[in-house]
Design a protein around this ligand. Structure first.
Ligand SMILES: C[S@@+](CC[C@H](N)C(=O)[O-])C[C@H]1O[C@@H](n2cnc3c(N)ncnc32)[C@H](O)[C@@H]1O
Length: 353
């Protein structure tokens, strides 16, 4: 998923840096601002036991699948509803279930009625986050997944796999420039394609992992581990508003929505790490409460906390150091051309006493 602050392109830098500092006996890797789960997934593939956490529910779902699911999904209880599954090898069943869901007829549910032109055309505020076809398809798939869960035709593991597949798939057809803070007036090319539910990858390994859905300053008091990796927001942009539609698809809870973009209420998910006056206090509390051997922090040179703030706070726990890497990012200028600008990505660390 194209996610603000995703570390997909920095994974090797993060791993190489961690390997230079951490001892070889580290087994538990904690990724507590987990977002899409790419960092936890990468270290899960390296054989670590992962503890993941994020304040957003859609992120919990992604991590509950990519991190929490570590065995093949058998879909045994769904054999009554889809008998042909019996004839398939277990490892192929998840693909078939996604194909089955892709072929459902669309339904005029919450997403269609509130976020598609067809559903909003007779209301004061018209929205076009998805084509009518994709909005209805998304509703049909999401409703079916919920029904299967209520009827106990799928396990929790299967449930989170299916919602993850839906979140990852629908995001590819969104009619937005990148995030859900606004939609485009005209349906862009990729939004015109018809939604196909692509099965999410399952990362098989031996450990049972742990996935939480808490504010990090609460989560930190519930866990202990070897390596704590922190990747907080760098600036004021709240994830709750930028990804509100993914939150609603994940929860599918018919929320009250308001405004041009159809935002859901998000007070309980407002992050202190996006607030200049609050971030240092929250970060200090987090660092002081971490029950781990090493703490690593991704942050860039343009974030709300300065390098000195970070050094001062992390040094409270032991020997501080950092690694850095030049990073090119693309920004739209006034004329809507994309220009490259450079920023420095830091990986700060402290070896805890
Ligand atoms: C920079 S993103 C993490 C990106 C992630 N490393 C990736 O590669 O996908 C920051 C994440 O922190 C989460 N977050 C923000 N404030 C939080 C808090 N107080 N507690 C837990 N998670 C929080 C956001 O929801 C967001 O997913």
């Amino acid at each position: 998923m194209n996610y603000i602050g995703s570390k997909l392109s920095l994974l090797e830098f993060i791993e190489d840096s961690i390997n230079k500092v951490a001892d070889k006996n580290c087994k538990i890797f904690c990724d507590l601002f987990a977002g899409t789960g790419v960092v936890g997934s990468y270290f899960k593939k390296r054989g670590y036991k992962i503890i993941a956490n994020d304040i957003q529910y859609y992120s919990y779902v992604l991590n509950r699948h990519y991190i929490g699911n570590h065995k093949l999904l058998e879909f045994n209880s769904l054999l009554k509803e889809i008998p042909v599954l019996k004839k398939l090898k277990i490892r192929n069943r998840k693909d078939y279930v996604c194909k089955y869901l892709s072929n459902l007829n669309g339904a005029k549910g919450f997403i269609y009625k509130n976020y598609c032109l067809g559903g909003t055309k007779n209301t004061k505020i018209k929205r076009q986050y998805f084509s009518d076809f994709n909005g209805m398809k998304c509703d049909a798939i999401r409703q079916k997944i919920e029904k299967w869960k209520q009827k106990k035709l799928i396990s929790n593991n299967e449930y989170y796999f299916l919602i993850t597949s839906l979140i990852e798939s629908i995001d590819k057809y969104a009619n937005t420039a990148s995030v859900y803070g606004a939609f485009l007036k005209k349906l862009k090319k990729t939004a015109q394609n018809n939604l196909i539910l692509k099965p999410a990858e399952i990362i098989i390994n031996d450990y049972a992992h742990k996935v939480l859905n808490d504010d990090i300053n609460i989560a930190i008091k519930k866990i202990h581990g070897d390596i704590l990796y922190l990747d907080p927001p760098y600036n004021q942009r709240q994830y709750a508003t930028n990804y509100h539609l993914l939150e609603t698809i994940a929860k599918y809870d018919n929320p009250k929505i308001y405004g041009k973009t159809g935002l859901r209420e998000y007070q309980s998910q407002k992050s202190l790490y996006c607030s200049k006056p609050e971030v240092k206090k929250a970060f200090k509390d987090l660092i002081l409460n971490a029950n781990v051997k090493y703490i690593f922090l991704s942050y860039n040179n343009e974030g709300l906390m300065t390098l000195n703030d970070i050094k001062e706070i992390m040094s409270l726990r032991g020997q501080y150091g950092n690694f850095k890497k030049e990073y090119s990012r693309f920004r739209a200028d006034k004329n809507r051309k994309y220009i490259a600008s450079k920023t420095t990505e830091y990986l700060h660390y402290v070896i805890c006493k």
